[in-house]
Ligand binder design. Structure first.
Ligand code: PMP
Ligand code: GLU
Length: 398
């Protein structure tokens, strides 16, 4: 078998594969508690489901324009204008098969061999892989816990070379839940504008925020940065619609058009039925649903952080958004279980899954060895049980 260099270079998504492994264990009758899922544990709201049923019954089951229906592109434009003060024409918006696909289209459109793309770590697993897929080079800059896991503007500036083409910014972030406020975004925008660097702003967790925090978009800072930003968002997280596969990108028309060309030669349109469901989701009718979800996440967030902070050897940042915690577990590395040295978070995650039947994603996947990601998009009952198991598993280490 002779695979392309490209295919040989790419690793499968570790978050998706761990969740698949936990599900397979459960099918075998093993009682696994999974903290690995990157999706809300709530059901898609009924009104959204009904819109899809209506679409099927009404025969809306054929190809749509490959960049998405005008109706949905308008709905996205209205939402961005109303909620974030971001003004885009429908032609500046592309509907894709999930935000991951939007990001892929951006990477394919902007990045090529010889380009460098700056990615703050801890990063979401997919960013460096997509950059590599385009033959470009991911340049990782570390965000430190002492800076609330936000990159220092100087670190961004220092990483820029004549080859730098873009910065991938994710706020609120997966896996940490860190979030940039407007002032911090202004400083990053200023540097990006000075050096003419595209900012890919992944705002998929923008509505899952706590303590009254409101996530601003870097694209809203000013005219110059607006021209350099491609905003990425979707319905997966805010409306519990991960399986429906609708994401979108908003940015300069020329870039969006080129992304649309790539999409027209690869996937064609996202599912017609899901597009109808997304239009319904983007009406104002689901604000209470989001608020309910955020309230539940918030309770779990406090519980999980408190419990983790009570474990000797673990420290944990209190997330400002998203539904993940990213504890530093380096204090428990170096211990042993039955003569097996737990020398890395990957080893610890293996130990947790095999012995404690708890699935969590090791920090290595996010470019941060010594950490572990736990998603609290699972019931309080599971969180309590899972943490009891983690505490016992750590006690059993020598
Ligand atoms: N960006 C981030 C940071 C994510 O965590 C996810 C979730 N998988 C995505 C993008 C992609 O979401 P989707 O493709 O389901 O819209
Ligand atoms: N983004 C989610 C996560 O980080 C879903 C998994 C994936 O798309 O890789 O777990």
């Amino acid at each position: 078998m002779s695979l392309s260099k490209r295919a040989a270079l790419i690793k499968p998504s570790p978050t998706l594969s761990l969740e698949a492994r936990a599900k397979a264990m459960r099918r075998e009758g093993i009682d696994v508690i999974s903290f690995s899922a990157g999706e809300p544990d709530f059901d898609t709201p009924n009104g959204v489901k009904n819109a899809a049923i209506k679409a099927i019954e009404g025969g809306f089951t054929k190809y749509t324009p490959s960049s998405g229906t005008d109706e949905l592109r308008h709905a996205v434009a209205n939402k961005l204008a109303k909620e974030q003060g971001l003004y885009y024409k429908p032609e500046e918006i592309l509907i894709s098969c999930g935000a991951k696909h939007s990001l892929y289209n951006i990477a394919m459109t902007l990045f090529e061999e010889g380009d460098e793309v700056i990615i703050p770590s801890p990063y979401w697993v997919t960013y460096p892989e997509q950059v590599l897929l385009c033959g470009a080079r991911p340049v990782i800059i570390e965000a430190h816990p002492s800076d609330d896991f936000l990159i220092r503007p100087e670190a961004f500036k220092d990483a820029i070379t004549p080859r730098t083409k873009g910065l991938i910014l994710n706020t609120p972030s997966n896996p940490v839940g860190s979030a940039y406020d407007r002032q911090q975004l202004e400083r990053i925008a200023e540097i990006a504008v000075t050096h003419n660097i595209y900012v890919i702003s992944d705002e998929i967790y923008g509505e899952i925020v706590y303590d009254g925090f409101r996530q601003a978009s870097i694209a809203s800072i000013g005219k110059d940065i607006h021209k350099l930003t491609i905003v990425v968002n979707g319905v997966s997280k805010s409306y519990a619609m991960t399986g429906w596969r609708i994401g979108y990108a908003a940015g300069p028309q020329e870039i969006i058009k080129a992304m649309g060309n790539i999409q027209s030669q690869s996937t064609s349109n996202p599912t017609s039925i899901s597009q109808k469901a997304a239009i319904e989701a983007l009406t104002d009718g689901y604000k209470d649903f989001i608020a309910m979800m955020v309230e539940r996440f918030d309770k779990r967030r406090h519980y999980i952080v408190d419990r983790l902070r009570n474990i000797e050897g673990i420290s944990c940042f209190m997330p400002k958004g998203s539904f993940y915690v990213f504890p530093n577990i380096s204090g428990i590395l170096g211990r042993r279980y039955n003569n097996n040295l737990i020398e890395s978070s990957a080893k610890f995650a293996e130990y947790l899954l095999n012995d404690a039947k708890v699935a969590a994603v090791p920090g290595e996947a996010f470019g941060s060895p010594g950490y572990m990601r736990l998603s609290y998009a699972t019931s309080m009952e599971n969180i309590e049980k899972g943490l009891d198991r983690i505490v016992t598993a750590i006690k059993n280490l020598k």
